[in-house]
Design a protein around this ligand. Structure first.
Ligand code: PGA
Length: 251
């Protein structure tokens, strides 16, 4: 089945508003030879400015997280309708930094997915194992729990625009990339999990991104794998030239 490729940049806690706008502008003007879906996720304070720059383009603007309540006394939190109001059409949920540093559990993420979908926003749902889990051969069971827990209670219709990102924690920001074979193996296993939980059509249609030290010099080999539909890029999404090279990966 042909799935449109999806190239996403997670800017994490980087860049001022002016820097974010400049990077967004460069991406907007860039070539996109594979006709990929492109997404950028700036910090909350830059969301609106980036959305303004990208208006009229096909580049998707995403938040990096949000809270699950609609409004109220939740100091520092941002609601799904507020990121939508700022111009985002997507939210990344379950990034490993959210899970490990800020206590996002599968249960909390399930509430977040629900709240985000209720606003008609797209979700990029991240899963992935730690090094210890990989070494004790728990990779697939951990990912199964992340999928079962985070995506509990939804129909395939609810999740029709879902994108999953497989990001082995040991590969994020470490310079250690999973080999294309390791990525393919887990992506395939994720499709099997989705087929069991939902159905075959859904499992074939969902786009699964690889993330973790994706770079200009490894993106081509990773993208060549059958079940890899895109990449979620941290460090190298911060430099226009590098991210544009990643967008224009060679098949
Ligand atoms: P990295 O980050 O590309 O810097 O490893 C990836 C991610 O955390 O999404």
């Amino acid at each position: 089945m042909a799935r449109k490729s999806f190239i996403a940049g997670n800017w994490k806690m980087h860049k001022t508003i002016a820097e974010s706008k400049a990077l967004a502008q460069a991406i907007k003007e860039a070539q996109n030879k594979n006709n990929a879906d492109i997404m950028v996720a700036p910090v909350f304070t830059s969301l609106n400015a980036v959305a303004e720059v990208l208006k009229g383009s096909n580049v998707i603007v995403s938040a990096q997280d949000c809270f699950y309540e609609e409004k109220g006394a939740f100091t520092s939190q941002i609601a799904p309708n507020q990121v939508k109001d700022a111009g985002a059409t997507c939210v990344i949920l379950g990034h490993s930094e959210r899970r490990s540093l800020f206590g996002d559990t599968n249960e909390i993420l399930n509430k977040k997915v629900k709240a985000v979908l209720a606003q008609g926003l797209r979700v990029v749902y991240c899963v992935g194992e730690t090094l210890q889990e990989r070494e004790s051969e728990k990779t697939i069971s951990v990912i199964q729990q992340q999928i079962e827990g985070g995506l509990k209670g939804f129909t395939t219709q609810d999740l029709k625009d879902l994108v999953i990102a497989y990001e082995p924690v040991w590969a994020i920001g470490t310079g250690k990339t999973a080999t294309p074979e390791q990525a393919q193996e887990v992506h395939k296993a994720i499709r099997n999990i989705l087929e069991q939980k939902f159905d075959k059509d859904f499992a074939q249609q969902v786009r699964i991104l690889y993330g973790g030290s994706v770079k200009t010099d490894n993106v081509d080999a990773i993208m060549a794998k059958e079940d890899v539909d895109g990449v979620l890029v941290g460090g190298q999404s911060l430099v226009a030239e590098q991210f544009i090279r990643i967008i224009n990966y060679n098949k």
